[in-house]
Design a protein around this ligand. Sequence first.
Ligand code: C5P
Length: 404
Amino acid sequence: MATAELAGKHLVLGLTGGVACYKIAELTRLLIKAGATVQVVMTDAATQFITPVTMQALSGRPVYTSQWDARVPNNMAHIDLSREADAIVIAPASTDFIAKLSHGMADDLLSTLCVARDCPLLVVPAMNRQMWQNPATQRNVAQVRADGIDVLGPDSGPQACGETGDGRMLEPEAIYEAIASFFTPKILSGRRVLLTAGPTFEPLDPVRGITNRSSGKMGFALARAAQQAGADVLLIAGPVALDTPWGVYREDVQTAQQMHDAVMRAAADYDIFIGVAAVADWRVDHVAEHKIKKTADRALPSFNFVENPDILASVAKMPFPPYCVGFAAESGDLDVHGEEKRVRKNVPLLIGNLGPLTFGQDDNEVVLFEASGATKLPRADKQALARTLIAEIAKRVPNTSLIK
Ligand code: C5P
């Protein structure tokens, strides 16, 4: 998550009665860290599970719990609070609160400001599996959806009551991702984006191999930004230690050949291909079946290398290729090598890293190479840069690819 992803956004965060309230402390922290301002409103029941003091400390604002709060000059907290908000998020949303929403009831501050709102409303259910499955709850959830309210989750799994099933609240990170996605313009709506990310691993024997220092962070950030921009995203990842971005399909591979095969199986169905992976250029022609042993005469092992397929060039050579974007990490003369590489790989856009030290770092500085010239982008953290790059790519993708 980037530092200022939600800068300028004001959220009313409504807590209703449920043990999942404790997780909203973490959600509040994530929202504040991303630059949002958060006004917490709690029902009476919610205050039984977590104190307004905790929520005030985390949000940095006094918490509202009553519709008769004298702090609001005109005593119309339900109007004032909802008018300032870019969105209202109810988490956890109890069975009772969803029932109230579905009927437009307004008997406390939180339900009243939901009815009085003129901004989007997102609800995050949290309840026991039987309560979730209850036909009345299902009717109410269908009704709030039909009223244009976004319902996030619920998740499935072990519940606080000891039972297991549907009804668990989404984890704070997932709620955060859904909120960030909600605020992202859907500039890639209807598009299908295929990406590669991370290094590849080329085995020498069953325990050893050759790899590189690519962390996968840039490719994963681009996959996340594309998904949040409304695209269907398939991420083909080499060996990395990163969580799959929310809503992204992921296929794990090890070697360049496996990455090539996975990409070529999928590419015809995609509008955009972004090759971010640091693919090994060579592999050994024969992988030893058993671990290579030291010999008595201490002879050094020797290997014959063969070239790996160039995945990006293979996709660009397809009869009807997706819009292809390459990446290049150069240790010098980027201006010359960047454009030369773009032409050699026959891609419309190549993104050059301004230094090999980007591997594993959280920020990056890049230059866009295309037929019309080169454009340098300011240094930024990889999440923010990913959003900028996705916007740049979206501007360039021909409309015709929509009919693929
Ligand atoms: O030639 P170089 O490795 O510098 O090219 C980098 C670009 O080409 C990246 O987009 C990378 O993902 C892609 N590439 C590839 N298959 C290879 C080597 C590189 O797709 N075998």
